[in-house]
Design a protein around this ligand. Structure first.
Ligand code: SDX
Length: 467
Protein backbone atom coordinates (compact mmCIF):
# COMPACT_ATOMS: atom_id res chain seq x y z
CA UNK A 1 0.00 0.00 0.00
CA UNK A 2 1.59 3.32 -0.99
CA UNK A 3 2.60 5.75 1.77
CA UNK A 4 0.00 8.47 2.28
CA UNK A 5 2.07 11.42 1.20
CA UNK A 6 1.73 13.95 -1.57
CA UNK A 7 5.44 14.07 -2.34
CA UNK A 8 6.87 11.17 -4.39
CA UNK A 9 7.47 8.35 -1.89
CA UNK A 10 11.09 7.49 -0.94
CA UNK A 11 10.88 4.03 -2.60
CA UNK A 12 9.45 5.51 -5.81
CA UNK A 13 12.25 8.08 -5.91
CA UNK A 14 14.91 5.40 -5.27
CA UNK A 15 13.80 3.37 -8.29
CA UNK A 16 13.24 6.45 -10.44
CA UNK A 17 15.94 7.93 -12.76
CA UNK A 18 18.07 10.78 -11.29
CA UNK A 19 15.35 13.27 -12.24
CA UNK A 20 13.26 11.76 -9.46
CA UNK A 21 10.58 10.78 -12.01
CA UNK A 22 9.15 7.27 -12.01
CA UNK A 23 10.51 6.02 -15.38
CA UNK A 24 7.60 3.84 -16.44
CA UNK A 25 7.66 4.34 -20.19
CA UNK A 26 10.07 5.92 -22.61
CA UNK A 27 9.02 7.66 -25.81
CA UNK A 28 11.77 6.29 -27.98
CA UNK A 29 10.29 7.02 -31.41
CA UNK A 30 12.56 10.04 -31.78
CA UNK A 31 15.37 9.50 -34.28
CA UNK A 32 18.28 11.92 -34.40
CA UNK A 33 19.34 12.39 -38.01
CA UNK A 34 21.60 15.20 -39.25
CA UNK A 35 22.27 18.53 -37.62
CA UNK A 36 21.85 22.25 -38.31
CA UNK A 37 24.86 24.49 -37.88
CA UNK A 38 24.66 27.85 -36.17
CA UNK A 39 27.53 30.33 -36.16
CA UNK A 40 27.67 33.66 -34.34
CA UNK A 41 30.50 35.92 -33.19
CA UNK A 42 33.11 33.43 -34.37
CA UNK A 43 31.49 30.51 -32.49
CA UNK A 44 29.82 27.50 -34.17
CA UNK A 45 27.45 24.84 -32.92
CA UNK A 46 25.84 21.86 -34.67
CA UNK A 47 22.35 21.23 -33.30
CA UNK A 48 21.01 17.68 -33.73
CA UNK A 49 17.78 17.31 -35.77
CA UNK A 50 15.11 15.14 -34.13
CA UNK A 51 12.51 13.25 -36.21
CA UNK A 52 9.29 11.74 -34.81
CA UNK A 53 7.09 9.22 -36.63
CA UNK A 54 5.11 12.07 -38.29
CA UNK A 55 5.11 15.87 -38.45
CA UNK A 56 7.90 18.44 -38.68
CA UNK A 57 11.45 17.67 -37.46
CA UNK A 58 12.80 19.62 -34.48
CA UNK A 59 16.13 21.19 -33.62
CA UNK A 60 17.39 19.91 -30.29
CA UNK A 61 18.34 23.28 -28.77
CA UNK A 62 19.20 21.95 -25.31
CA UNK A 63 22.98 22.46 -25.91
CA UNK A 64 22.38 26.06 -27.09
CA UNK A 65 22.63 27.92 -23.76
CA UNK A 66 25.27 25.78 -22.00
CA UNK A 67 27.53 25.38 -25.06
CA UNK A 68 26.75 28.45 -27.18
CA UNK A 69 25.61 30.98 -24.54
CA UNK A 70 22.41 31.81 -26.39
CA UNK A 71 18.66 31.30 -25.81
CA UNK A 72 15.76 31.12 -28.31
CA UNK A 73 12.76 33.47 -28.31
CA UNK A 74 9.29 32.15 -29.20
CA UNK A 75 6.38 33.89 -27.43
CA UNK A 76 3.31 31.62 -27.60
CA UNK A 77 5.55 28.65 -28.47
CA UNK A 78 4.47 28.81 -32.13
CA UNK A 79 7.63 27.00 -33.24
CA UNK A 80 8.60 25.19 -30.04
CA UNK A 81 8.04 21.55 -29.08
CA UNK A 82 8.10 21.20 -25.29
CA UNK A 83 7.70 17.43 -25.17
CA UNK A 84 7.66 14.15 -27.03
CA UNK A 85 4.17 12.69 -27.29
CA UNK A 86 2.50 9.64 -28.81
CA UNK A 87 -1.09 10.61 -27.99
CA UNK A 88 -2.42 13.02 -30.66
CA UNK A 89 -1.15 14.06 -34.06
CA UNK A 90 -2.41 17.14 -35.93
CA UNK A 91 -1.46 18.11 -39.47
CA UNK A 92 -2.83 21.66 -39.58
CA UNK A 93 -2.22 22.14 -43.31
CA UNK A 94 -4.09 18.98 -44.24
CA UNK A 95 -6.75 19.24 -41.52
CA UNK A 96 -5.75 15.90 -40.00
CA UNK A 97 -6.42 14.95 -36.34
CA UNK A 98 -5.56 11.44 -35.07
CA UNK A 99 -5.59 9.97 -31.59
CA UNK A 100 -3.00 7.17 -31.28
CA UNK A 101 -3.15 6.88 -35.09
CA UNK A 102 -6.96 6.69 -35.43
CA UNK A 103 -8.73 9.45 -37.45
CA UNK A 104 -11.02 11.62 -35.34
CA UNK A 105 -13.92 11.10 -37.79
CA UNK A 106 -13.68 7.29 -37.37
CA UNK A 107 -13.57 7.55 -33.59
CA UNK A 108 -16.49 10.01 -33.51
CA UNK A 109 -18.66 8.07 -35.96
CA UNK A 110 -17.88 4.50 -34.88
CA UNK A 111 -16.53 4.68 -31.34
CA UNK A 112 -17.71 6.11 -28.04
CA UNK A 113 -16.23 8.45 -25.42
CA UNK A 114 -15.31 5.70 -22.95
CA UNK A 115 -13.23 3.82 -25.51
CA UNK A 116 -11.57 7.08 -26.60
CA UNK A 117 -10.68 7.77 -22.94
CA UNK A 118 -9.14 4.28 -22.74
CA UNK A 119 -7.30 4.81 -26.05
CA UNK A 120 -5.86 8.18 -24.93
CA UNK A 121 -4.77 6.77 -21.57
CA UNK A 122 -3.44 3.36 -22.62
CA UNK A 123 -2.51 3.74 -26.29
CA UNK A 124 -4.75 1.02 -27.75
CA UNK A 125 -8.47 0.57 -28.44
CA UNK A 126 -9.81 -1.64 -25.62
CA UNK A 127 -10.88 -5.23 -26.12
CA UNK A 128 -14.50 -5.93 -25.13
CA UNK A 129 -13.36 -7.10 -21.68
CA UNK A 130 -10.99 -4.13 -21.20
CA UNK A 131 -13.77 -1.75 -22.22
CA UNK A 132 -16.30 -3.30 -19.87
CA UNK A 133 -13.82 -3.17 -16.98
CA UNK A 134 -12.85 0.44 -17.75
CA UNK A 135 -16.47 1.59 -17.98
CA UNK A 136 -17.26 -0.19 -14.70
CA UNK A 137 -14.28 1.51 -13.04
CA UNK A 138 -15.42 4.93 -14.23
CA UNK A 139 -19.05 4.32 -13.21
CA UNK A 140 -17.81 3.24 -9.76
CA UNK A 141 -16.26 6.69 -9.18
CA UNK A 142 -19.07 8.97 -10.43
CA UNK A 143 -20.31 9.93 -6.94
CA UNK A 144 -18.78 12.84 -5.01
CA UNK A 145 -17.75 12.90 -1.34
CA UNK A 146 -20.81 14.29 0.47
CA UNK A 147 -18.79 17.19 1.87
CA UNK A 148 -18.18 18.47 -1.67
CA UNK A 149 -21.83 19.51 -1.90
CA UNK A 150 -21.60 22.08 0.95
CA UNK A 151 -18.62 23.61 -0.95
CA UNK A 152 -21.16 24.46 -3.64
CA UNK A 153 -23.23 26.45 -1.13
CA UNK A 154 -20.31 28.86 -0.73
CA UNK A 155 -20.77 30.14 -4.29
CA UNK A 156 -23.32 32.70 -5.47
CA UNK A 157 -25.99 31.02 -7.57
CA UNK A 158 -25.02 33.22 -10.53
CA UNK A 159 -21.34 32.21 -10.34
CA UNK A 160 -19.91 31.24 -13.73
CA UNK A 161 -19.78 27.41 -13.90
CA UNK A 162 -16.05 27.53 -14.72
CA UNK A 163 -15.42 29.47 -11.48
CA UNK A 164 -17.19 26.64 -9.68
CA UNK A 165 -15.36 23.89 -11.55
CA UNK A 166 -11.90 25.38 -10.94
CA UNK A 167 -12.62 25.56 -7.22
CA UNK A 168 -14.32 22.20 -6.76
CA UNK A 169 -11.82 20.20 -8.85
CA UNK A 170 -8.82 21.76 -7.10
CA UNK A 171 -10.61 21.07 -3.81
CA UNK A 172 -10.93 17.33 -4.56
CA UNK A 173 -7.29 17.01 -3.44
CA UNK A 174 -8.60 17.83 0.06
CA UNK A 175 -10.81 14.74 -0.02
CA UNK A 176 -8.99 11.96 -1.80
CA UNK A 177 -5.73 11.63 0.10
CA UNK A 178 -5.27 8.04 -1.13
CA UNK A 179 -4.53 9.29 -4.66
CA UNK A 180 -2.14 12.21 -4.19
CA UNK A 181 1.21 10.42 -4.47
CA UNK A 182 2.02 11.05 -8.13
CA UNK A 183 5.06 8.76 -8.04
CA UNK A 184 2.80 5.79 -7.32
CA UNK A 185 1.29 4.47 -10.60
CA UNK A 186 -1.72 3.00 -8.78
CA UNK A 187 -2.50 6.30 -7.05
CA UNK A 188 -2.06 8.15 -10.37
CA UNK A 189 -4.52 5.85 -12.10
CA UNK A 190 -6.99 6.11 -9.19
CA UNK A 191 -6.91 9.92 -9.38
CA UNK A 192 -7.26 9.70 -13.18
CA UNK A 193 -10.34 7.47 -13.01
CA UNK A 194 -11.89 9.65 -10.29
CA UNK A 195 -11.45 12.84 -12.33
CA UNK A 196 -12.84 11.41 -15.57
CA UNK A 197 -15.77 9.95 -13.62
CA UNK A 198 -16.61 12.96 -11.44
CA UNK A 199 -16.44 15.80 -13.97
CA UNK A 200 -20.01 15.25 -15.26
CA UNK A 201 -21.27 15.00 -11.66
CA UNK A 202 -19.59 18.33 -10.83
CA UNK A 203 -20.87 19.97 -14.01
CA UNK A 204 -24.44 18.80 -13.37
CA UNK A 205 -24.23 19.79 -9.68
CA UNK A 206 -23.15 23.31 -10.62
CA UNK A 207 -26.05 23.62 -13.07
CA UNK A 208 -28.63 22.37 -10.56
CA UNK A 209 -27.31 24.79 -7.91
CA UNK A 210 -27.49 27.72 -10.34
CA UNK A 211 -31.19 27.09 -11.07
CA UNK A 212 -32.20 26.17 -7.52
CA UNK A 213 -33.09 22.57 -8.29
CA UNK A 214 -32.05 19.61 -6.11
CA UNK A 215 -28.85 17.78 -6.97
CA UNK A 216 -29.34 14.58 -8.98
CA UNK A 217 -27.06 11.65 -8.17
CA UNK A 218 -25.41 9.47 -10.85
CA UNK A 219 -27.22 6.26 -11.79
CA UNK A 220 -24.86 3.32 -12.34
CA UNK A 221 -27.10 1.61 -14.87
CA UNK A 222 -26.63 4.53 -17.26
CA UNK A 223 -23.67 5.07 -19.59
CA UNK A 224 -21.44 8.15 -19.35
CA UNK A 225 -23.33 10.60 -21.62
CA UNK A 226 -26.76 9.29 -20.55
CA UNK A 227 -25.79 9.76 -16.90
CA UNK A 228 -24.58 13.29 -17.63
CA UNK A 229 -27.93 14.16 -19.26
CA UNK A 230 -30.00 12.70 -16.43
CA UNK A 231 -27.95 14.43 -13.70
CA UNK A 232 -28.30 17.73 -15.58
CA UNK A 233 -31.92 17.65 -16.73
CA UNK A 234 -33.92 15.20 -14.58
CA UNK A 235 -35.97 16.33 -11.54
CA UNK A 236 -37.17 14.16 -8.64
CA UNK A 237 -40.78 15.07 -9.41
CA UNK A 238 -41.03 13.05 -12.60
CA UNK A 239 -39.36 10.21 -14.49
CA UNK A 240 -36.64 11.18 -16.99
CA UNK A 241 -36.19 9.23 -20.21
CA UNK A 242 -32.84 9.74 -21.89
CA UNK A 243 -33.25 10.63 -25.59
CA UNK A 244 -30.81 8.22 -27.32
CA UNK A 245 -30.16 10.69 -30.16
CA UNK A 246 -29.13 13.38 -27.68
CA UNK A 247 -27.04 10.90 -25.67
CA UNK A 248 -25.26 9.84 -28.88
CA UNK A 249 -24.74 13.46 -29.91
CA UNK A 250 -23.34 14.39 -26.48
CA UNK A 251 -21.05 11.36 -26.53
CA UNK A 252 -19.76 12.44 -29.96
CA UNK A 253 -19.23 16.04 -28.74
CA UNK A 254 -17.20 14.66 -25.83
CA UNK A 255 -15.05 12.63 -28.27
CA UNK A 256 -14.44 15.69 -30.46
CA UNK A 257 -13.19 17.67 -27.46
CA UNK A 258 -11.24 14.91 -25.71
CA UNK A 259 -7.68 15.84 -26.64
CA UNK A 260 -5.87 18.18 -28.99
CA UNK A 261 -2.08 17.84 -28.63
CA UNK A 262 -0.24 20.66 -26.82
CA UNK A 263 -2.96 23.36 -26.69
CA UNK A 264 -2.84 26.08 -24.02
CA UNK A 265 -4.73 24.20 -21.29
CA UNK A 266 -2.88 20.92 -21.89
CA UNK A 267 0.44 22.75 -21.79
CA UNK A 268 -0.67 24.27 -18.47
CA UNK A 269 -1.48 20.84 -17.08
CA UNK A 270 1.93 19.54 -18.18
CA UNK A 271 3.72 22.54 -16.66
CA UNK A 272 1.80 22.21 -13.37
CA UNK A 273 2.50 18.46 -13.39
CA UNK A 274 6.22 19.04 -13.97
CA UNK A 275 6.43 20.62 -10.49
CA UNK A 276 5.09 17.43 -8.89
CA UNK A 277 1.68 18.96 -8.08
CA UNK A 278 -1.09 16.43 -7.50
CA UNK A 279 -3.44 15.39 -10.31
CA UNK A 280 -6.47 17.34 -9.04
CA UNK A 281 -4.43 20.58 -8.80
CA UNK A 282 -3.03 20.08 -12.33
CA UNK A 283 -6.47 19.55 -13.84
CA UNK A 284 -7.79 22.60 -11.97
CA UNK A 285 -4.99 24.60 -13.63
CA UNK A 286 -6.07 23.25 -17.03
CA UNK A 287 -9.69 24.24 -16.34
CA UNK A 288 -8.59 27.79 -15.49
CA UNK A 289 -6.70 28.07 -18.79
CA UNK A 290 -9.48 26.57 -20.89
CA UNK A 291 -11.87 29.27 -19.59
CA UNK A 292 -10.24 31.96 -21.77
CA UNK A 293 -12.38 33.19 -24.72
CA UNK A 294 -9.51 32.54 -27.13
CA UNK A 295 -9.48 28.88 -26.05
CA UNK A 296 -12.32 26.84 -24.61
CA UNK A 297 -14.42 29.91 -23.83
CA UNK A 298 -14.90 30.44 -27.57
CA UNK A 299 -17.97 28.17 -27.78
CA UNK A 300 -19.84 30.47 -25.40
CA UNK A 301 -18.46 33.49 -27.26
CA UNK A 302 -19.69 32.11 -30.63
CA UNK A 303 -23.30 32.07 -29.44
CA UNK A 304 -22.97 35.58 -28.04
CA UNK A 305 -21.54 36.66 -31.42
CA UNK A 306 -24.35 34.96 -33.38
CA UNK A 307 -26.95 36.54 -31.07
CA UNK A 308 -25.37 39.98 -31.61
CA UNK A 309 -25.28 39.47 -35.39
CA UNK A 310 -29.00 38.69 -35.48
CA UNK A 311 -30.41 38.44 -39.02
CA UNK A 312 -28.17 37.38 -41.90
CA UNK A 313 -28.28 40.87 -43.43
CA UNK A 314 -25.88 42.01 -40.65
CA UNK A 315 -23.18 39.54 -41.67
CA UNK A 316 -21.32 41.79 -44.17
CA UNK A 317 -20.76 44.39 -41.43
CA UNK A 318 -19.43 41.73 -39.07
CA UNK A 319 -17.02 40.45 -41.73
CA UNK A 320 -15.87 44.05 -42.32
CA UNK A 321 -15.17 44.53 -38.61
CA UNK A 322 -13.29 41.22 -38.36
CA UNK A 323 -11.02 42.35 -41.22
CA UNK A 324 -10.44 45.86 -39.86
CA UNK A 325 -6.93 46.00 -38.36
CA UNK A 326 -8.02 48.92 -36.14
CA UNK A 327 -10.87 46.89 -34.71
CA UNK A 328 -9.92 44.03 -32.37
CA UNK A 329 -13.21 42.31 -33.23
CA UNK A 330 -12.75 38.65 -34.18
CA UNK A 331 -15.08 36.04 -35.59
CA UNK A 332 -15.30 33.69 -32.63
CA UNK A 333 -15.08 30.03 -33.64
CA UNK A 334 -12.85 30.93 -36.57
CA UNK A 335 -9.11 30.50 -36.91
CA UNK A 336 -6.64 28.25 -35.18
CA UNK A 337 -2.98 28.28 -34.23
CA UNK A 338 -2.37 24.92 -35.91
CA UNK A 339 -5.18 24.31 -38.41
CA UNK A 340 -4.62 26.23 -41.63
CA UNK A 341 -7.38 24.09 -43.14
CA UNK A 342 -10.87 23.13 -42.00
CA UNK A 343 -10.77 21.79 -38.40
CA UNK A 344 -11.83 18.14 -38.91
CA UNK A 345 -13.79 18.32 -35.66
CA UNK A 346 -15.86 21.21 -36.99
CA UNK A 347 -16.96 19.08 -39.95
CA UNK A 348 -18.26 16.29 -37.67
CA UNK A 349 -19.78 18.91 -35.35
CA UNK A 350 -21.65 20.57 -38.24
CA UNK A 351 -23.11 17.19 -39.31
CA UNK A 352 -24.10 16.38 -35.72
CA UNK A 353 -25.69 19.84 -35.41
CA UNK A 354 -27.94 19.21 -38.39
CA UNK A 355 -28.85 15.72 -37.04
CA UNK A 356 -29.75 17.00 -33.54
CA UNK A 357 -31.80 19.97 -34.76
CA UNK A 358 -33.68 17.65 -37.17
CA UNK A 359 -34.30 15.10 -34.40
CA UNK A 360 -35.61 17.80 -32.09
CA UNK A 361 -37.61 19.47 -34.87
CA UNK A 362 -35.82 22.75 -34.15
CA UNK A 363 -35.39 25.29 -36.91
CA UNK A 364 -32.75 27.46 -35.20
CA UNK A 365 -32.15 30.71 -37.08
CA UNK A 366 -28.71 30.80 -35.45
CA UNK A 367 -27.70 27.75 -37.50
CA UNK A 368 -28.77 29.57 -40.64
CA UNK A 369 -26.72 32.60 -39.61
CA UNK A 370 -23.71 30.42 -38.74
CA UNK A 371 -23.80 28.59 -42.07
CA UNK A 372 -24.20 31.85 -44.01
CA UNK A 373 -21.35 33.42 -42.00
CA UNK A 374 -19.16 30.42 -42.83
CA UNK A 375 -20.09 30.58 -46.51
CA UNK A 376 -19.32 34.28 -46.84
CA UNK A 377 -16.13 34.15 -44.73
CA UNK A 378 -14.70 31.19 -46.65
CA UNK A 379 -15.10 33.05 -49.94
CA UNK A 380 -13.54 36.27 -48.59
CA UNK A 381 -9.86 36.93 -49.49
CA UNK A 382 -8.96 38.00 -45.92
CA UNK A 383 -10.03 34.66 -44.43
CA UNK A 384 -8.68 32.67 -47.36
CA UNK A 385 -5.24 34.37 -47.22
CA UNK A 386 -5.00 34.04 -43.42
CA UNK A 387 -6.35 30.47 -43.68
CA UNK A 388 -9.06 31.15 -41.11
CA UNK A 389 -11.58 28.29 -41.08
CA UNK A 390 -14.32 27.34 -38.59
CA UNK A 391 -12.84 25.50 -35.60
CA UNK A 392 -14.33 23.02 -33.14
CA UNK A 393 -16.17 25.80 -31.29
CA UNK A 394 -18.08 27.24 -34.23
CA UNK A 395 -21.01 24.79 -34.30
CA UNK A 396 -20.78 23.15 -30.87
CA UNK A 397 -22.69 25.89 -29.07
CA UNK A 398 -25.69 25.61 -31.40
CA UNK A 399 -26.02 21.88 -30.65
CA UNK A 400 -25.55 22.31 -26.90
CA UNK A 401 -28.15 25.09 -26.79
CA UNK A 402 -30.59 22.88 -28.74
CA UNK A 403 -30.00 20.10 -26.18
CA UNK A 404 -31.00 22.47 -23.39
CA UNK A 405 -27.59 23.32 -21.90
CA UNK A 406 -27.37 26.97 -20.80
CA UNK A 407 -24.70 28.93 -22.73
CA UNK A 408 -22.69 29.48 -19.55
CA UNK A 409 -22.23 25.68 -19.26
CA UNK A 410 -20.63 25.22 -22.70
CA UNK A 411 -17.00 25.66 -21.63
CA UNK A 412 -17.62 23.41 -18.64
CA UNK A 413 -18.74 20.69 -21.07
CA UNK A 414 -15.51 21.23 -22.99
CA UNK A 415 -13.62 20.75 -19.68
CA UNK A 416 -15.54 17.53 -18.94
CA UNK A 417 -14.38 16.09 -22.27
CA UNK A 418 -10.84 17.51 -22.20
CA UNK A 419 -10.17 15.98 -18.78
CA UNK A 420 -9.49 12.69 -20.60
CA UNK A 421 -6.83 14.38 -22.75
CA UNK A 422 -5.35 16.39 -19.89
CA UNK A 423 -5.00 13.22 -17.80
CA UNK A 424 -3.45 11.21 -20.66
CA UNK A 425 -0.95 14.00 -21.43
CA UNK A 426 -0.14 14.48 -17.73
CA UNK A 427 0.41 10.69 -17.34
CA UNK A 428 2.70 10.66 -20.40
CA UNK A 429 4.67 13.60 -19.00
CA UNK A 430 5.14 11.91 -15.61
CA UNK A 431 6.29 8.72 -17.31
CA UNK A 432 8.68 10.46 -19.73
CA UNK A 433 12.17 10.16 -18.28
CA UNK A 434 13.27 13.27 -20.21
CA UNK A 435 10.73 15.57 -18.58
CA UNK A 436 11.97 17.96 -15.86
CA UNK A 437 10.33 20.90 -14.08
CA UNK A 438 9.30 23.50 -16.66
CA UNK A 439 11.24 26.72 -16.25
CA UNK A 440 11.32 28.95 -19.39
CA UNK A 441 13.89 31.79 -19.66
CA UNK A 442 13.38 35.43 -20.79
CA UNK A 443 14.97 38.27 -22.72
CA UNK A 444 15.49 40.87 -19.99
CA UNK A 445 14.62 44.40 -21.21
CA UNK A 446 14.42 46.20 -17.84
CA UNK A 447 16.78 48.64 -16.06
CA UNK A 448 20.40 47.58 -15.75
CA UNK A 449 22.19 47.99 -12.39
CA UNK A 450 21.58 51.32 -10.57
CA UNK A 451 22.32 52.72 -7.08
CA UNK A 452 19.69 52.77 -4.31
CA UNK A 453 18.39 56.32 -3.61
CA UNK A 454 17.28 57.03 -0.01
CA UNK A 455 13.67 58.22 0.34
CA UNK A 456 14.54 61.81 1.32
CA UNK A 457 16.58 62.23 -1.89
CA UNK A 458 13.96 61.08 -4.38
CA UNK A 459 12.76 64.37 -5.85
CA UNK A 460 10.62 67.16 -4.43
CA UNK A 461 7.39 65.26 -3.80
CA UNK A 462 6.41 65.20 -7.50
CA UNK A 463 4.29 62.21 -8.57
CA UNK A 464 5.69 60.26 -11.51
CA UNK A 465 3.43 58.35 -13.88
CA UNK A 466 4.49 54.76 -13.18
CA UNK A 467 4.02 52.17 -15.93
C1 SDX B 1 -9.58 26.18 -29.30
O1 SDX B 1 -4.78 25.05 -29.53
C2 SDX B 1 -5.77 24.30 -29.66
O2 SDX B 1 -5.69 23.20 -30.16
C3 SDX B 1 -7.08 24.88 -29.13
C4 SDX B 1 -8.32 24.02 -29.37
C5 SDX B 1 -8.29 22.73 -28.56
O3 SDX B 1 -8.99 21.79 -28.95
O4 SDX B 1 -7.62 22.73 -27.49
O5 SDX B 1 -8.43 23.71 -30.75
C6 SDX B 1 -9.60 24.75 -28.92
O6 SDX B 1 -9.13 26.98 -28.53
C7 SDX B 1 -10.07 26.58 -30.67
C8 SDX B 1 -9.89 28.11 -30.94
C9 SDX B 1 -11.08 28.81 -30.28
N1 SDX B 1 -10.87 30.30 -30.32
C10 SDX B 1 -11.57 31.06 -31.13
O7 SDX B 1 -12.39 30.65 -31.97
C11 SDX B 1 -11.30 32.55 -30.94
C12 SDX B 1 -11.14 33.23 -32.30
N2 SDX B 1 -9.87 32.77 -32.92
C13 SDX B 1 -8.72 33.44 -32.60
O8 SDX B 1 -8.65 34.49 -31.71
C14 SDX B 1 -7.41 32.90 -33.13
O9 SDX B 1 -7.63 32.39 -34.38
C15 SDX B 1 -6.74 31.87 -32.25
C16 SDX B 1 -6.56 32.38 -30.88
C17 SDX B 1 -7.55 30.62 -32.23
C18 SDX B 1 -5.38 31.56 -32.88
O10 SDX B 1 -4.63 32.69 -32.74
P1 SDX B 1 -3.13 32.76 -33.31
O11 SDX B 1 -2.68 31.48 -33.89
O12 SDX B 1 -2.27 33.37 -32.24
O13 SDX B 1 -3.28 33.68 -34.53
P2 SDX B 1 -3.19 35.23 -34.44
O14 SDX B 1 -4.02 35.71 -33.29
O15 SDX B 1 -1.74 35.61 -34.49
O16 SDX B 1 -3.93 35.65 -35.79
C19 SDX B 1 -3.22 35.58 -37.02
C20 SDX B 1 -3.91 36.62 -37.90
C21 SDX B 1 -4.04 37.97 -37.20
O17 SDX B 1 -4.08 38.96 -38.21
P3 SDX B 1 -2.66 39.77 -38.48
O18 SDX B 1 -2.21 40.32 -37.13
O19 SDX B 1 -1.68 38.70 -39.00
O20 SDX B 1 -3.01 40.79 -39.49
O21 SDX B 1 -5.27 36.18 -38.18
C22 SDX B 1 -6.16 37.12 -37.62
C23 SDX B 1 -5.42 37.93 -36.59
O22 SDX B 1 -5.99 39.22 -36.47
N3 SDX B 1 -7.22 36.32 -36.98
C24 SDX B 1 -8.50 36.61 -37.03
C25 SDX B 1 -9.13 35.58 -36.33
N4 SDX B 1 -8.21 34.74 -35.86
C26 SDX B 1 -7.03 35.20 -36.27
N5 SDX B 1 -9.18 37.63 -37.61
C27 SDX B 1 -10.53 37.60 -37.46
N6 SDX B 1 -11.22 36.61 -36.79
C28 SDX B 1 -10.53 35.62 -36.22
N7 SDX B 1 -11.22 34.66 -35.57
Amino acid sequence: MAKKSSAPTKTAQKSAPPSGKAKLADLTHVQVEGSAELSYNGKKIALPVMHGTAGQPALDIRPLLPQFGMMTYDPGFGSTANCRSAITFIDGDKGILRHRGYEIADLAERGDFMEVCYLLLHGELPTPIEKAEFEQMIIYHTMLHEQVYPMMEGYRRDAHPMAVMVGIVGGLSAFYHDSLDIADPEQRMLASHRLIAKMPTIAAMSHKYSIGQPYVYPQNHLRYAENFLQMTFSVPAEPYIVNPVLARALDRILILHADHEQNASTSTVRLAGSSGANTYACIAAGIATLWGPLHGGANEAVLQMLAEIGPKKNIPNVIKRAKDKNDDYRLMGFGHRVYKNYDPRAQVMKKTCEEVLKELGINDPMLETAMELERIALSDDYFVEKKLYPNVDFYSGIILRAMGFPTKMFTMLFAVARTAGWIAQWKEMIEDSEQRIGRPRQIYVGETSRKYVPLNQRGAGKLRAVR
